[in-house]
Every structure is written in structure tokens, then in C-alpha cells.
Design a protein around this ligand. Sequence first.
Ligand code: AP5
Length: 215
Amino acid sequence: MVLLFGPPGVGKGTQADLLSKRDKFIKFSTGDMLREEVASKSDLGNEIVDYLNHGALVPDNIISALASQFIEKHKADHILFDGFPRNLNQAQTLTKDLKRLLLSLKVAIEMHLDETEIIERLRNRRYCPQCNKIYNYVTNPPRQEQVCDICKTALVKRNDDDEKVIRKRLDVYEKETRPLVDYYKSHRIYERVEATDSQEEVFKKISHIINAHTD
Ligand code: AP5
């Protein structure tokens, strides 16, 4: 079990996709899961849509219930947590859930990037609402403009990739999620990666850390 955390736009989803394709990880991406609920207009989706659009955290009871179900179902797999946990309460619940199943996290990797670069990456991000593939008009453009390479669906901009909401998400990260650094340091599984390099270079660094903690 491995965890990736870091501010919005740092590249967690991009790396989670690469790790699940190349290293057989099953990813648990709360952001993707919640956006799918919103898109399907389910009861849960209608309940959480405002949190997502305003860059606020969805309540812990909703998130921890989704996580517990996922972990129970995939307890025999290598799970990669992407964007979860987001605060100390979620982290403590995760530790307890894993312990109950005699499992544990091997490493918690924080990805780091300067704020200016984060905003630039998010301004140019588009994603496929069908298969969730992430693009960037500058650093990772689709082959055909505005169309997903894989499923040919029209690419969209996320509602929360508006500059005001990006700043709110950065604030939420500092206040709510940053304390995870000390939490995972105290569990001796914390690692940090600079995310300024290309996707491939960042992938190599993350893979190296994971291998060192799982061999
Ligand atoms: P979530 O979807 O998790 O959003 P986030 O954490 O804000 O992160 P992002 O998805 O914006 O960015 P990322 O780090 O994945 O970067 P990406 O790979 O796309 O959460 C959304 C919302 O859901 C939250 O605000 C909250 O409301 C709710 N939520 C989610 N989890 C929750 C939880 N546990 N508890 C409560 N609420 C929760 O990359 C960004 C861009 O950069 C892309 O265009 C990409 O192509 C590009 N890029 C990536 N890597 C590189 C690189 N190395 N070089 C150049 N460009 C790159």
C-alpha cells in the first residue's frame, strides 16, 4: 500500500495513472470517484457538488466510508492512494482500517512544486470526462486538439480549475493536508519528491522510492 499526496496540480493523478498502468497498482483516487458521482447526478453526487466546485473538502464520513469499502474489496491488491487522506482525521481512520486487516502503508510520498508552476499547470489542464485521462495543452497535449487520444471524447476543463478556486484549494492544502507530513514522518514512512521534472523523470524518482520501501 502506497500513498501519494501533495497540493492541487502537482501531478498526483498523472503519476497514479502511470503507476497503475506500469506497476500493477490499483488506484484509489477520491477526486476521480467524486467527480464521477457528480457527473452521474447520483444522490451522493448532488450532496457533494458544491464542495468540489468551491475547493472545500468533502466531509470525512463520506470519504472514509468510500475508502473502507474500497480497501475491504481490494485488500489482496497493491493499492495506491491518490489524494486520500486529506487531513489528520482521514489519515488516522486509514491507519486503523489497514491495521484491522493486518495491512500497512509502506510509504507516503509528498510531491512538491512551486505555486506559480502549479497555477500554470492547472490553467492548461484538460481531462477526459469519459476515461479520466489527464492532458495539458503545454506539457502533454492530445494528438487532436480538444479530443481524448484514447476514447475520442471531447476534453473539458474542470470546474475547480478556475484561478479563485485553485487558490482556495491551495489554502485548504496548507491548513488541512500539510499536517500529514509530520504524521507520516512520525510513522517513519514519509518521503518527498520534487515534481518539477518531466512526467517520466518524476515517475522514475517515485518508482525508485517505492521499490526501496517495498523490497
Ligand atoms: P482531486 O481531484 O484529488 O484534486 P487535487 O488534489 O486538487 O489535485 P488535482 O487533481 O487538481 O491535481 P493532481 O496533483 O492530480 O495533478 P495532475 O496529475 O492532474 O480533488 C478534487 C476535489 O475533490 C477536492 O478539492 C475536494 O473537494 C474533493 N476531494 C478529493 N479527495 C478528497 C478527500 N480525500 N477528502 C475530502 N475531499 C476530497 O496534473 C496537473 C496538470 O499538470 C495536468 O495538466 C498534467 O498534464 C500536468 N502535469 C503533470 N505532471 C507534470 C509534469 N511532471 N510536468 C509538466 N506537466 C505535468
